[in-house]
Design a protein around this ligand. Structure first.
Ligand code: FE2
Length: 234
């Protein structure tokens, strides 16, 4: 695949990103994902989240994110949200979920953009089973204008972070479930779109591996983001 042109389609999608809170990119299913999965998975920890490893870095370098996608995101962030930080304000993690993974905690990210790159997506074996789908609520809140509003918004929505809480929220807000079985990367506004993952049923055929690229924390010094990230790593 030629990633020099791949990210171009975002040029026509910024309106959609702003309005809907998310956009999808063309499928990467024709890459040798099982090989990439093997390499990256050999370096993930036994925890759900692993910070950027060598193989993970190699793969995202191959995607030419920093050359093509991220400069566009930076311009957009400056223009739409008054972002004043650096292009290097990024946070990359691999999310690895095994069959039987039951974590279910919805949140806002501290960073403005979250790119989800699917590497290995299991198949459901039985009716009613789940495969760690991304569940999200487009434009749950407005863009936080300062760290205080950011904090208050996160605090307010905490009541919806559990499974039952998300069910309650889904009665008031549009809820989208994205399985990634089309292997289409998805970009969303991580700090305004409340999101979580479904459990991975214990009888699915494989683990689930996605790469999460977070771009631009508008309040890096003051935010509770870095603290929350530490807590999530425990
Ligand atoms: Fe997140």
């Amino acid at each position: 695949m030629n990633f020099e042109d791949y990210w171009d389609c975002i040029d026509d999608k910024f309106d959609e990103l702003l309005k809907e809170g998310y956009v999808k990119f063309p499928s990467i299913a024709n890459l040798d994902l099982s090989q990439i999965d093997k390499r990256i998975s050999s370096q993930v920890s036994n925890k759900t989240y692993t910070e950027l490893g060598v193989e993970h870095k190699k793969f995202i370098d191959q995607l030419l994110l920093d050359q093509y996608l991220v400069p566009k995101l930076l311009n957009f962030a400056k223009k739409e949200f008054g972002y004043k930080g650096l292009i290097s304000n990024q946070y990359h993690i691999a999310r690895s979920a095994l069959p039987g993974d039951q974590k279910y905690r919805a949140h806002f990210d501290s960073h403005m953009f979250t790119l989800v790159i699917p590497i290995s997506i299991p198949q459901v074996q039985e009716k009613g089973g789940t495969i760690g789908e991304l569940v999200f609520f487009p434009n749950t809140r407005g863009f936080p204008k300062n760290p205080f509003f950011d904090f208050i918004g996160k605090l307010w929505f905490k009541q919806y972070s559990s499974k039952s809480g998300m069910e309650r929220l889904s009665k008031k807000r549009n809820m989208i479930i994205n399985s990634f079985n089309d292997y289409e990367p998805l970009l969303f506004l991580g700090n305004t779109v409340f999101h979580s993952n479904q459990p991975v049923s214990s009888n699915v055929n494989s683990h689930r591996l996605t790469l999460l690229a977070h771009y631009f924390d508008p309040f890096p010094k003051y935010g509770i983001g870095s603290l929350l990230r530490k807590i999530r790593f425990r």
